[in-house]
Design a protein around this ligand. Sequence first.
Ligand SMILES: Cc1cc2nc3c(=O)[nH]c(=O)nc-3n(C[C@H](O)[C@H](O)[C@H](O)COP(=O)(O)OP(=O)(O)OC[C@H]3O[C@@H](n4cnc5c(N)ncnc54)[C@H](O)[C@@H]3O)c2cc1C
Length: 313
Amino acid sequence: MDALIIGAGVSGLTTGICLAEAGLAVTIRTAVPPENTTSVAAGALWGPVRVGPEDRAVTWAQTSLEVLTKLAAEPGTGVRMASGMEVTRTEPDLPYWSHLLPSMRLCEPGELPPGFAGGWHYTAPLATMPVYLGYLRNRFTQSGGALEVSPVGSLNELAGTATVTVNCAGIGARDLVPDPAVYPVRGQVVIAENPGIEEFFISRDEPEPSTIYMFPHGTEILLGGTVEENDWDLKSRPHTSERIVANALSIEPRLRGARILEHRVGLRPCRPEVRLESEPLGDSVLWHNYGHGGAGISLSWGCAAEIASRITA
Ligand SMILES: Cc1cc2nc3c(=O)[nH]c(=O)nc-3n(C[C@H](O)[C@H](O)[C@H](O)COP(=O)(O)OP(=O)(O)OC[C@H]3O[C@@H](n4cnc5c(N)ncnc54)[C@H](O)[C@@H]3O)c2cc1C
């Protein structure tokens, strides 16, 4: 085995694809299958939010934007280009990454729901995560990669197993490394029947732990959500779901009576900075690729490409 990857969320699968497509023999070991990871709970709209450092994040995000935009043009990937707006209750200030999106513009006052002072409208890749993770998994195995559901007890037990090990353990890195700098930011979302909404909507400056967002995925719509720091609870909370639906209804009356299909919870692997660096592991090399916070999908291709180019250089 040339490369062993720990983790089958979006970071592990994307890194696996980049290494396998570069000709390496790659195995992924994961504690849970892709459909049970944090990644499946994501919205998942491109945008480097809740992640640092800004200079590296914007570079990784740009590469990922290019790849995701291409995937949006291919059938069956679960990615599409979606338009919508992010609004604010205070003076709008365009995000630091807005220059990457040519469609980005400030909203006209008439476009805003009542109670909002401004916002910006743009088009970006949006992934339906259960479909997108399935696409990534298939692409990985079709490139010759193997996926084993088998937790890794410690990094040291892996020394000598592969030439290169890549740690894409998400929040699991906190215990595995161990790295106390990575901490969970819990996100709960509700999947409802989509009454015909086509544009996404985001309001982040709600009283914590709430945010309000809606990401339409064909016949379904993902309603969010929460940002609960250091909360490890993976069970969905009924009163939180009720609040999420009520908040969404206050913006979008078409949701009245929409059937609730599912509840999802994920733990964003937040860290002051993404950890993307290597260190020795016995006679082999260990790469770290974790700590992507609220932007794991948005950075995935950039981080994976950087590791692949360094490993295969
Ligand atoms: C509600 C919500 C909304 C979000 N919205 C967006 C969005 O719109 N856009 C965006 O870009 N991002 C979004 N995010 C963030 C994004 O989901 C994460 O940054 C991303 O999923 C992290 O992916 P990952 O592969 O690094 O980690 P994970 O998906 O958590 O995967 C970690 C993997 O490591 C494995 N693992 C852990 N420990 C071990 C071990 N000891 N042995 C073996 N395997 C192990 C796990 O089993 C799992 O397979 C959102 C997150 C949430 C919760």
